[in-house]
Design a protein around this ligand. Sequence first.
Ligand SMILES: Nc1ncnc2c1ncn2[C@@H]1O[C@H](COP(=O)(O)OP(=O)(O)OP(=O)(O)O)[C@@H](O)[C@H]1O
Length: 245
Amino acid sequence: MTPRITLHELTLGYEGRVALQDVSLTIEPGALLAVVGPNGAGKSTLIKALAGLLAPLRGRMEGLAGARVAYMPQQGTLDRSFPATVLELAALGLWHETGALGQLTAAQRARCQAALVQVGLGDLAQRRLHELSGGQMQRALFARLLLQDAPVLLLDEPFAAMDERTCRDLLALLRGWQAQGKTVLAVLHDLAQVRQAFTQTLLLAGRVLAYGPTQSVLTPQNLLRLRMPDGSGEPAGMACQGAAP
Ligand SMILES: Nc1ncnc2c1ncn2[C@@H]1O[C@H](COP(=O)(O)OP(=O)(O)OP(=O)(O)O)[C@@H](O)[C@H]1O
């Protein structure tokens, strides 16, 4: 069952210093929501709070208690020197079934392999993580999400450094999840991609600047206020750092 998530005057930060303030909004079940804003806007901070990794400084969140939430952090924050294989990484998605030290049954192993095939990594199941390209690693993380099968998915820059084909394949997975009634939130920098694939957008800059249907949020006026490129190829005041190429 996918929950309705409501945020009430949520203020987030670190060691008492505010990063994102007074967020009040509702995310309907089955939303496909892009979280957009310049560097330091509080996008990752919000995702971490929704994932239960950061306690609010003020305000509260409703709907997430007891809900299964899958969280994909920015790839740069992951330690790839850990001596695991691609299949072992994907299998972490079954943690809710196996427990922390659980051995995989033959059926679970087959499901992991099937998830790897689905993301195009069927031949790389025994590869070590440090041997993967950035795009292959991202696909492996998506296989883990597939196995987690959670009703709420929180993805922090899932398409950073992806080639076009990988982006397309992984976007199709996101759409499939939405079609199943899951809620998908993704931090994105590529506004053309947001316009093309995401029905709802949350625009942040230390607070909520706009929230709603993508075309009414990503207006020239809103983007100009943030000096963000508008995705039309027009010159921008400030490049959106960290953007997917
Ligand atoms: N672990 C942390 N400790 C202290 N301050 C932090 C921490 N993480 C983020 N911040 C601060 O919180 C603010 C929001 O950061 P956040 O990572 O949420 O931004 P973002 O919108 O995701 O940016 P980017 O597009 O650069 O990833 C920034 O001012 C940042 O310096």
